[in-house]
Design a protein around this ligand. Structure first.
Ligand SMILES: CSC[C@H]1O[C@H](OP(=O)(O)O)[C@H](O)[C@@H]1O
Ligand SMILES: Nc1ncnc2[nH]cnc12
Length: 310
């Protein structure tokens, strides 16, 4: 794959973003077009963004969440830069992939999960809003349904279809616990998460999902199970070595799923069919008339929400 930098005025329109997690560092089953590395008000994304072509005039933007060579820990992923960079390319929907531990017997390593709820167990050390002091204005986004419901509804049958014949189960309507890491959970924590109603666990869905909501991007997670975490009494608790064993298989299946669904997703996004609940959702979340926000804040926020702040 070549790695040319391209002037943004020459870039194709990109409506769909994909964020790859542990093990999924590229979508090299798609046709490479170019790489870009936007300098957002929140810095550069985790990795240069690859733009790939799915069909005539249908493109997708890909970011490796942990960077090339897996250099960003889950606590230090530049999530604001990632979401802002995708938004600046025109992205309206993100499919994020993530390696997760299973908190349920029926979710086996190798299974795929599309969760619809999140429990936040991060520790407040990750910048998790675009509306901080530098923005000069506060906003309170709605997050009761942390994933874009219309997108989830569209996605589940398409992923199921993509997995047919592969002996990979798909689970939907599950709750993901997002913990801080980078160490895995204790057995007591793992059991507590089960009591709370958690089904799977990762270290990455937050603040990504919150920031996508603030940027009015529809966001869904496709989780791929790698282990049974630490709750099973008679089994060893999860180790990185155990996770590594299945990462490649899960990443290959994820590439296949992406190739299967993305062209159609582009079509429904372009037609506005899966976006309506997220687009426009920040309008009444911003605590001040955007035009009264000082220039410094407006400049930053116009990068992600130009319709209000430009
Ligand atoms: C490699 S095990 C822990 C690591 O894997 C997951 O990463 P990602 O969500 O980016 O696939 C999990 O969230 C942890 O960051
Ligand atoms: N058991 C686990 N806990 C947190 N994140 C994970 N990612 C993969 N397995 C995990």
């Amino acid at each position: 794959m070549a790695s040319a930098q391209t002037d943004s005025s020459e870039l194709p329109k990109v409506l769909i973003g994909v964020i790859g997690g542990s093990g999924l560092y590229d979508l090299d089953n798609l046709t490479f077009v170019t790489k870009v590395n936007p300098d957002t008000p929140w810095g550069h994304p985790s990795s240069p963004i690859t733009i790939a072509r799915l069909a005539q005039d249908v493109h997708v933007a890909f970011i490796a969440r942990h960077g090339i060579g897996h250099v960003h820990s889950p606590s230090s992923v530049p999530a604001r830069a990632n979401i802002a960079a995708l938004k600046s390319l025109g992205v309206k929907a993100i499919i994020a992939f993530s390696a997760v531990g299973s908190l349920r017997e029926e979710i086996a390593p190798g299974d795929f999960i599309i969760p619809n709820q999140i429990i936040d167990r991060t520790k407040g050390i990750r910048p998790s809003t675009f509306f901080d002091d530098d923005a000069c204005v506060v906003a309170h986004a709605s997050f009761g349904d942390p994933f874009a419901n219309k997108l989830l509804k569209w996605l589940a049958p398409k992923v199921k279809e993509a997995l047919e014949g592969r002996n990979v189960k798909l689970h939907t309507e599950k709750t993901v616990i997002c913990m801080e890491g980078p160490q895995f959970s204790t057995r007591a924590e793992s059991k507590m998460y089960r009591m709370w109603g958690g089904d799977i666990i990762n270290m990455s869905v937050l603040p990504e999902a919150k920031l996508a909501r603030e940027a009015e991007i529809s966001y869904a997670l496709v989780a791929t199970s790698t282990d049974y975490d630490a709750w099973r009494e008679d089994e060893e608790s999860v180790t990185a070595a155990e996770v590594f064993k299945i990462l490649k298989t899960n990443a290959d299946t994820s590439r296949h799923v992406a190739a299967h669904i993305l062209e159609e997703l582009h079509a429904v996004v372009e037609a506005g069919e899966v976006l309506s609940e997220v687009e426009g959702s920040m309008k009444f979340s911003i605590m001040r008339d955007p035009l009264q926000v000082p220039e410094q804040g407006r400049k930053r926020l116009s990068y992600i929400l130009p319709q209000y702040f430009a």
